[in-house]
Design a protein around this ligand. Structure first.
Ligand code: ADP
Ligand code: SR1
Ligand code: MG
Ligand code: MG
Ligand code: MG
Length: 423
């Protein structure tokens, strides 16, 4: 049963919907008959349409329309899923735009009956993961993603917001229960047990998957990270910040798809992108050919991981030193040179703890892509199953270490060194 007035849009019906919103129709130019609509959704959950119209002054105009389906697209109608995820996505887009202007598509319209978001069409952007699999460099990626992370996480945290402003936001996003539970199940629980949703490269990884289910230290680490995910409303996190949620050109970077947004631990977002980049690094041996070796590219991926963390840390600290109305550290308690010095020590210790969280979440995000329900093209596109299994075995070794051996990684360099040497 879907709510009254809801129906999935189609390439045929979408122009009627857009024609009823004067600002959108004006933006596209011409009349509905002139608009070209293509469904391009390649994600796991929703349908996404790109629309092109004649525009104005000889320049075509585009829009992107994303609509919730009443089920999980990856699996089909047998897995119902809350339509309201579109509401959380557009609300997060609006709130995040305040902290990280220009790092996401502009939000143009939201239709609460159709659960449809209309946003800027990104062009000629491509999904980052696709570019990484092809071995394409994006020189500004670390700069832009660290801007997004520091800007969105700081601006929605208790460091920037007074409690009276943050609490109502936490309450509103608590209702994104369906998507939080999905994450709790498919990332932190199912990969560590026998479950019909799981799959892996078989028979090569059969013994490994069984060993994971008997690995108490690994299961404890996953559960500890899950508890922190459930019980740490630190900031409005994106909630699904993998390399498929970033669209890029050589000079621009935009984050899409924050439908999993809620107030959770900041390390989950930072770890998601670091984990996905490390997974991509470890997949590159499966894409290398004699004509196209990937060694130099692998170096670039790891440099990007290092820069991303280093820039994020510096930007977050800078925001904390220079702005914010948070209630946690009242200025009256920390006046004078001693107060300034001890606050700075406190800030650095906060970032050190965030780093440990991020590495744990990076490991969990890697592990779920090898043993769980949803896999990544980085590994899926490796045709030879023996080579894929070799890359995946390395991913699992690194993923486990990041989750369990937290003391081994005092710096981001120690992480990239471990990735280089994992076997
Ligand atoms: P899902 O929630 O189902 O994963 P996404 O938001 O990730 O959906 O979008 C699915 C695909 O639609 C993306 O991989 C991308 O190719 C395309 N897409 C999404 N948003 C835009 C946009 N603003 N401009 C152009 N293409 C987009
Ligand atoms: C069924 S789980 C599908 C996955 O796709 C989304 O993008 C999230 O990563 C989710 O865990
Ligand atoms: Mg997506
Ligand atoms: Mg999504
Ligand atoms: Mg190499």
């Amino acid at each position: 049963e879907t709510p009254p007035g809801y129906a999935p849009l189609s390439e045929a019906t979408l122009p009627h919907f857009l024609a009823d919103v004067p600002a959108l129709a004006a933006r596209l130019g011409g009349t509905p008959i002139d608009w070209r609509v293509t469904e391009v959704g390649d994600g796991n959950l929703n349908q996404v349409f790109l629309v092109e119209g004649p525009g104005h002054d000889g320049k075509t105009a585009g829009l992107c329309v994303k609509q919730s389906l009443p089920y999980l697209r990856l699996v089909g109608e047998g897995w119902p899923l809350d339509l309201n995820r579109a509401w959380f996505e557009q609300r997060a887009m609006a709130l995040h735009a305040a902290g990280a202007a220009g790092r996401a598509p502009a939000l143009l319209h939201y239709d609460p009956t159709l659960y449809a978001i209309v946003m800027e069409r990104l062009s000629p952007h491509v999904i980052l993961r696709r570019g990484l699999v092809q071995g394409i460099r994006y020189p500004r990626l670390a700069e832009h993603v660290s801007d997004y992370l520091a800007g969105t996480l700081y601006a929605t945290s208790d460091l920037a917001l007074p409690a009276s402003k943050k609490r109502p936001l936490v309450a509103a996003f608590t209702a994104n229960d369906a998507l939080c539970r999905l994450t709790e199940d498919v990332i932190f629980t199912q990969p560590y047990m026998t479950h019909p949703h799981n799959r892996w490269t078989s028979p090569q990884l059969d013994a490994t998957a069984k060993a994971v289910q008997a690995d108490t230290a690994w299961k404890l680490a996953a559960s500890r990270l899950k508890l922190k995910f459930m019980a740490s409303p630190e900031a409005l996190i994106h909630g699904d910040l993998h390399t498929g949620s970033i669209m890029v050109t050589e000079t621009d970077t935009r984050v899409i798809d924050p439908e999993f947004a809620f107030f959770g631990p900041m390390g989950f977002d930072v770890g998601a992108i670091i984990g996905n980049l490390l997974l991509n690094y470890l997949s590159q041996d499966g894409h290398a050919t004699e004509d196209h070796p990937r060694d130099a590219y692998q170096d670039w991926v790891l440099e990007t991981v290092e820069q991303l963390w280093t820039l994020f840390r510096a930007k977050f600290l800078h925001l904390w030193r220079t702005s914010g109305e948070g209630d946690a550290y009242p200025a009256a308690l920390f006046s004078g040179p001693d107060g300034t010095a001890c606050l700075e020590t406190e800030r650095r210790a906060y970032l050190d703890r965030l780093f440990v969280d991020a590495l744990g979440y990076a490991g969990a995000k890697i592990t779920r892509r090898i043993l769980g329900l949803a896999h990544n093209i980085d590994l899926e596109k490796i045709a030879d199953p023996n080579m894929r299994a070799l890359c995946e075995t390395r991913c699992l070794a690194l993923g486990r270490s990041l989750m369990v051996e937290t003391g081994r990684y005092p710096t981001i360099k120690s992480v990239t060194e471990a990735a280089r040497h994992v076997r």
